[in-house]
Design a protein around this ligand. Structure first.
Ligand SMILES: [Fe+2]
Length: 438
């Protein structure tokens, strides 16, 4: 790799030359304090977003949609009498009542099933006579089935409650999505219950009423109560009880969410090169690579394997994570690797074995960390691997077709900040080295 060439510098070395060490230390501590204040805002209220109507604490939102079922989660005040209903308008206009069960903590859940694949259904929830809905959802295609291009909302580092996050949320509402994936740090600052309620579920209530949301867990999401509020807020297809990593199929796409943030042996194993999450990932991707019904593999996780952020507010790359995950992703043909953690947007050219390669010869890495949290001062360097980088509030829309993933990066005012396409990459293809040699 070519040496990193700073595009901008947070502070030129010459500007502190000649100052005493005490003076430099004071500047450093002042900067850290200022950054900390910017990172951890006091108000929880998101700007101009209405609260859930009493007795709802959280309005209903869709989770874990498959080709035959969907789940609605919500939260209501203690003592509320809650009911849930659904129907498939094209088949029967009659509403069917489904059981309301406890999810985790104080969250309620209703499972909408059975449902046919690729079908529009409606659901509504009533809490002591206050109705939410009906909302329309659409089930997933069968695994391996062809479908129209799949539209995916990708974002991260969002749960802040500020104007940037709210502006993006309004932009997200202007589009129809099949599903949404998040690269972590969903609720700042500690992943507490009221932060998930006010800074995430309240802000995206209109989108998430109809669009299933699949999370990956960030470091801020597990600060409070070891992540119990995160577990309470979401429902995912757990391969093992209590694991926060998972995969799911959507037609001919395999989505894989990794946990790089929890304080568990499974997560530590990603760094030590062993353990249950790593074994699960290898087995999952090996099977997918051999499955002709899987066209695309998309991963999402919090900590990036490539980031060009540096400086006083940059996060160092986790080299052990990178050393253990990159070879697996490249061997088994992961097409798109997404992450967050650093609060900017960047996209790499296709990379294999540390080098830029032609389209279709290695995974494309995208860092989408501009979801609305602080954009504190940051330097971005340049290398031959970097296609583009921007300090901006943003989310990514993916349109996943049979031959290409087409992507656009949208800013808080709706402007298109970047556009790119991902060609399919098959890490096990014969002749790959010859075809992809530059
Ligand atoms: Fe983070």
């Amino acid at each position: 790799m070519r040496p990193r060439m700073p595009l901008t510098r947070f502070r030129q070395a010459g500007r502190i030359r000649g100052r005493s060490r005490v003076h430099v230390l004071a500047i450093f501590l002042t900067g850290v304090a200022a950054m900390g204040a910017a990172c951890y805002p006091k108000p929880v209220d998101p700007v101009g977003v209405p609260s859930a109507p009493t007795p709802f604490v959280r309005l209903p939102y869709v989770q874990h949609v498959t080709d035959s079922s969907a789940a609605a989660l919500w939260m209501s005040q203690p003592g509320s009498a809650d009911t849930a209903w659904y129907r498939v308008p094209d088949l029967d206009s009659t509403w069917t009542r489904v059981p309301v069960t406890d999810h985790r903590g104080e969250a309620k859940k209703a499972t909408l099933a059975p449902l046919p694949p690729l079908t529009v259904a409606e659901y509504l929830v009533s809490a002591s006579g206050v109705r939410a809905g009906p909302h329309r959802i659409r089930t997933a295609p069968l695994p391996g089935a062809e479908s129209e291009p799949v539209r995916v909302l990708l974002f991260g580092d969002s749960g802040w409650g500020g104007a940037g996050q709210v502006d993006l949320a309004r932009q997200m509402e202007r589009q129809d999505w099949d599903l949404s994936i998040h690269v972590g740090d969903i609720a700042y600052n500690d992943g507490a219950r009221d932060e998930f309620t006010e800074r995430h579920l309240r802000v995206y209530a209109r989108t998430f009423a109809s669009t299933p949301f699949y999370p990956s867990v960030g470091n801020h999401d597990v600060r409070a109560d070891a992540g119990r509020s995160y577990d309470e807020a979401f429902l995912w297809p757990e391969p093992f009880p209590g694991a926060r990593y998972f995969s799911f199929r959507w037609g001919r796409i395999l989505f894989v969410s990794l946990d790089t943030s929890s304080h568990t042996e499974d997560v530590e194993g990603l760094r030590s090169g062993k353990g249950r999450q790593l074994e699960w990932l290898q087995s999952l991707l090996a099977d997918a690579a051999a499955d002709s019904a899987v066209d695309w593999i998309i991963t999402f996780q919090h900590h990036p394997l490539y980031s060009h952020a540096i400086g006083i507010s940059g996060h160092d790359l986790d080299q052990k994570l990178r050393a253990n995950l990159l070879p697996i992703f490249e061997r088994y043909g992961v097409d798109l690797v997404t992450a967050g953690h650093d609060h900017h947007y960047e996209r790499e050219w296709p990379i294999r074995e540390g080098r830029r390669v032609p389209d279709g010869c290695g995974p494309v890495h995208v860092l989408s960390g501009g979801g609305g949290a602080s954009r504190y001062a940051r330097d971005i360097t340049n290398t031959v691997l970097l296609a583009t980088a921007q300090r901006a509030y943003q989310f990514v829309e993916l349109e996943i077709g049979s031959d290409r993933i087409r992507a656009r990066v949208i800013g808080r005012d709706g402007a298109v900040l970047d556009e790119f396409a991902v060609a399919p990459y098959d890490g096990t293809a014969s002749g790959l080295a010859d075809r992809c040699a530059r």
